[in-house]
Every structure is written in structure tokens, then in C-alpha cells.
Write a protein that binds this ligand. Sequence first.
Ligand SMILES: Cc1cc2nc3c(=O)[nH]c(=O)nc-3n(C[C@H](O)[C@H](O)[C@H](O)COP(=O)(O)OP(=O)(O)OC[C@H]3O[C@@H](n4cnc5c(N)ncnc54)[C@H](O)[C@@H]3O)c2cc1C
Length: 366
Amino acid sequence: MPAGPAPQVDARVDVLIVGQGLAGSCLGWALEERGLSFHLVDPGPAAGPASSRLAAGLVTPLTGPRLTVNWRLEQLVPVADAFYRRTEAGLGATFWRSLEIVRLLLDPGLRAIWDKRSRQAAAARVSRVLPGPLVNPEGAAAPHGALVMPGWQLDCPGWLEASRRRWQQAGRLTEAMVDPADLDLRDDGAAWRGHRATTVVWCTGAALQAAPWFSAVTCRHQVGDVLLLEPMPALGDRVINGGAWLLADRDATGQPVVRAGATYFETARGVPSPPEARAQLLARLARLGLELSAVRQQQRAVRPVIAGMKVVSGPVPGVPRLAWLNGFGSKGVLKAPHFARNLAAHLDSRQRAAIDPDAVLPEHGW
Ligand SMILES: Cc1cc2nc3c(=O)[nH]c(=O)nc-3n(C[C@H](O)[C@H](O)[C@H](O)COP(=O)(O)OP(=O)(O)OC[C@H]3O[C@@H](n4cnc5c(N)ncnc54)[C@H](O)[C@@H]3O)c2cc1C
């Protein structure tokens, strides 16, 4: 394990965060903004592909086959926007950008769904329709028109890495896996390898059930694949989406690349091999009508999904000093800032804010 800065062995922190994906990182920033002390533990990028480290980072207002308006969109977007901008100021670099999303209406059924959906005020507010038949400048086919909407993107790997370095330099991050058996959770405080904390927050994504406290939670984790393609100059600075999406982006070394995604396979229902998943994804991308460039790489990770697509947050029932933040599914970039800030306000003894009721798992959920 790479050596980190000297650990704060003698200090008792307010919060020990286990896992530095989007959930743990957003919580770290939210605690920092409140002036609460924390220490993070995560094995780092060498441990393998965490969901957050390969997420495309997109926030799309209308999603899915029924063009559904994203859950709590109008509340969550301004929170996320302000949050990531504040973290950028702290990091001295840009990771969050707005971009245009073009959703191709590839068949008359989808056009009919939109015609109905557009009567919904929230949907009409976020999108305008381009008439069809339409072939846009990039050559993508949209025989029944296309929706144009504002979207956002977080450079997830870049933001996580910059946050990790910042906290490592401040002696606030240890590179390690936490074995639940090594955690000492008592009514008067928690400890792990000499680190003492008032509360431990478990932010381990799809690895949730490797810990004993969550065996009764029903998980519906989803494997997701993305492809990295050679640059496609015609794509421009926008997302083309039609059941699968293409996005001009940069890879981990800063080189131009096109990200293409994504697959959704519930782990419990059997997951195709990577070559099968890639063939399925390429077939969906072919429907966009663009000439695809060569595939450089395929990446795969597991999205943490709790039954009912629920975000879960707050104290873990029956376990002293333990809380959790999980269930971000395919929408971590949009949801994590709000729920992390809410949890930080709950953990702040000066405020003790109530946990957002949408993130409290009902008793029958255990
Ligand atoms: C292909 C794909 C594309 C995606 N695209 C998007 C997108 O465009 N927009 C979007 O909003 N979301 C997207 N997502 C979803 C997004 O990645 C998740 O919502 C989010 O990253 C979940 O974050 P998390 O922190 O809960 O989990 P994770 O990212 O899994 O992080 C958990 C962390 O905990 C660490 N950990 C686990 N166990 C331990 C332990 N015992 N001790 C210490 N550390 C531990 C892991 O190493 C990891 O770093 C995508 C996901 C996939 C797979």
C-alpha cells in the first residue's frame, strides 16, 4: 500500500468516511464547508474500477425510454451546480461544465411520448424540440425530430483524483481497505486503527454488502460498460443521445477521446461477458446514424442500486456510531451533493438537521 502523509492517530475527528467515490468525496467537501473534521479511508485507484472513477459524469434532464424528467431535477441541479463550483474554487481547477444534450427521436413511438410529455410543465421548461425529419450537422439521424436540452458534466475521475490529492496532502486520507471487523463501534465513539471518530459513515458503493450490517438490504446493483473511442471531430461539444450516447471528452491523460455508453445489467439477473456487452452497445450506437470511430478501450464497473432506486442516508439502525450514504445508482453526480450536504448538516451537533425523508429507508426495507 502506498505510504500517505502521517495519519492523525491521536486526533478524534467528527467523521471517519469509508470510501472516496462520489458519495464519500461529496461528504468530505460538505463537512469541510461546515468546518467539521474528518478522515477518509479508501484504497485508491489501484484497487480497481470504482463506479465513480469511470462515470461519464453526465446530468441529463430527461432520461430513459419514456423521457422522464429526472427526479427532483429543479431542486438538485442548482445545489449540484453551486457545490461543484465551490469545490473547483478549493481545487483551483475546472471539472464541471455545462453542455448541450441532443436526444434523437428515432421512432414515432418516442415522438408520441414526447408530444404527451411536453404538456408537463417541468419537461417543457427543460427542452425544446427541433422538427423532424432532421439530420443535424454531425450527420446523426433524427427522423422524428430531436430534443435539445441543457446538460452538465462532471469530470468524475479528474475531480476525485484532485480531491484525493488535496486530502492526502492535508493528512486527511489513508489509502487502505477497511475491514469491518477492525472497526470498533461503541455508544461513546468509534475507532479504526488508532483513528477515533464521533461517527463512521460507510460510503462503499456496490461493496455495501461486504459489511455485515446491511445483509437485509435488497440491492439491485447494475453493471455498466462504457467504450472509449478514437476522437470524432464532427461530434462537437455536445452529447448525442438516442438510447445510447456519445460524448467528446478527455481520457485520464488529458487526450481527446469519445465516451460512448452505457449498458445496464442488473447483477442478480446475469451479466453478459464484456465482448457481448460491447456488441450490444455498438448495435445501439449504430442507430444514432453517425460513423463510429475505432474502439480504444472498454471499461466496466458496478453502479450501487438499492431496491426502489432509493438513496439511503443517515444513521444505520441498531449500530452505534455508524451512518451510511449510498444508492446513487446512475445519478450520483446530480444527487450526491444534496444528500451529502444534508447528512453533514445532520452530523453537525450545532444543527442536527433531519435526514431528507426520501433517503430514510422504511423499516420494511431492511
Ligand atoms: C458505466 C457507468 C457510467 C456512469 N455514468 C454516470 C453518469 O453519466 N452520471 C452519473 O451521475 N452517474 C453515472 N454513473 C453512476 C455513478 O458512477 C454512481 O452513481 C456513483 O459513482 C456512485 O458513487 P459511490 O461513491 O456511491 O460508489 P463508488 O464509486 O463505487 O465508490 C465507493 C468507494 O468505496 C471504496 N471502498 C469500497 N469498500 C471499501 C472498504 N471496505 N474500505 C475502504 N474503501 C472502500 C471503493 O474503492 C470506492 O472508491 C455511471 C456508472 C457506470 C458504471
